[in-house]
Design a protein around this ligand. Structure first.
Ligand code: NAP
Length: 307
């Protein structure tokens, strides 16, 4: 296993008290047009700011929505994972992108709309936005990225960092294997599907597996979730996960990590995990959810960002 050398990154060049200003250059829907769930790919021009050339894929930027909350205080900072490669969107260092779902929900008959996601979704090219960051110092591709294979697990907008990472790895001519396992509720919620399908068609070392939870069922009748792909697509994922120089990355909904870790253990891939408590001595078939939540941590080969 080669040493994993993480790059040095700049952190919080701009803070909520000292934000900078970026300009929207594009804002388009990257889920299917027919989907009621609207996810947008938004690109910011950071020209002339200290962020230029310093935002790496895997990091997040902060956005400050204008206005105040019900207590009369300014809205809190919201973090968004960068979905452009470290070289910038389209190779332009002044352009940074993110992937944002317009948050709309109804609870007890009352409509709730996410403050910052709706603010961002409504912006047009030319509009100015207050930006902070970058943040995040471990959830990164290694500096020696070409020494590894990768399995990326994403749910929903958790795809953001993997879009940028996959662009970056293949532009650098990666010879190893990459598999992207993406989970979403309906087929219309697949994000950037054209790009990933074409990548899979054009690269023998790239696999794209989708798990459409509310439309597809496993043979045992349960929902298809990203973690079920570890067993159901063992023909593709097994040979990659078995290699000693494979790293795994998880991004998306909190809770997905426990299912993924359990399924890795069930298939014998415990190198990706650090087990404690009663787990090391117990058959993974007998593990319970509470013990797993407490007793499984990611190993050095596993990068997790869920919230
Ligand atoms: P979404 O489109 O609703 O898709 C989520 C998918 O995950 C659905 O298919 C859902 O299935 C499935 N799912 C639910 N529980 C799961 C579990 N325990 N294990 C595996 N899969 C599970 O997603 P979204 O609305 O975009 O939400 C994405 C989430 O990612 C948000 O919570 C966001 O905060 C987070 N996120 C985190 C980061 C980060 O940490 N850097 C970046 C971006 C997004 P069912 O609904 O059918 O059960």
């Amino acid at each position: 296993m080669p040493e994993i050398i993480l790059p040095e990154v700049e952190l919080n060049i701009y803070s909520p008290k000292n934000p900078t200003e970026a300009t929207i250059v594009e804002n388009y829907v990257c889920s299917a047009e027919s989907s009621p769930n609207i996810v947008r790919h938004i690109t910011f021009d950071i020209s002339g700011t200290e962020l230029e050339g310093k935002v790496r894929v895997g990091q997040s930027i902060g956005i400050l929505a204008p206005g105040e909350n019900e207590k009369g205080k300014p809205h809190k900072l919201r973090l968004y994972s960068v979905s452009s490669p470290s070289k910038g969107e389209g190779g332009k260092q002044n352009l940074v992108s993110t992937t944002v779902k317009r948050a709309i929900d109804e609870v007890d008959g009352v409509l709730y709309t996410g403050i910052c996601s709706n603010y961002l979704a409504n912006l047009k090219p030319g509009d100015k936005v207050k930006v902070t960051g970058p943040s995040g110092k471990r959830y990164l591709l290694p500096e020696n990225a070409g020494d590894f294979n990768y399995v990326f697990f994403a749910t929903g907008t958790g795809i953001a960092p993997f879009r940028g990472m996959i662009i970056e790895l293949f532009e650098a001519g990666l010879q190893g294997n990459v598999a992207l396992v993406f989970g979403c509720p309906y087929r219309t919620d697949l994000l950037y599907p054209k790009y990933f399908k074409e990548m899979a068609e054009n690269h023998d070392n790239f696999d794209y597996i989708t798990c459409v939870s509310r439309e597809e069922r496993r043979t045992n009748g349960s929902k298809k979730y990203v973690q079920s792909a570890i067993e159901d697509h063992k023909d593709v994922l097994g040979p990659i996960l078995e290699k000693e120089n494979t790293l795994i990355y998880l991004c998306g909904m909190k809770g997905m990590e426990t299912g993924i870790y359990h399924n890795l253990a069930l298939q014998g891939y415990t190198d990706y995990l650090v087990l404690s408590g009663s787990l090391p001595e117990t058959d993974p078939n007998d593990w319970n959810w509470e013990d797993m939540k407490k007793g499984i941590k990611p190993s050095v080969r596993t990068f997790e960002e869920v919230y």
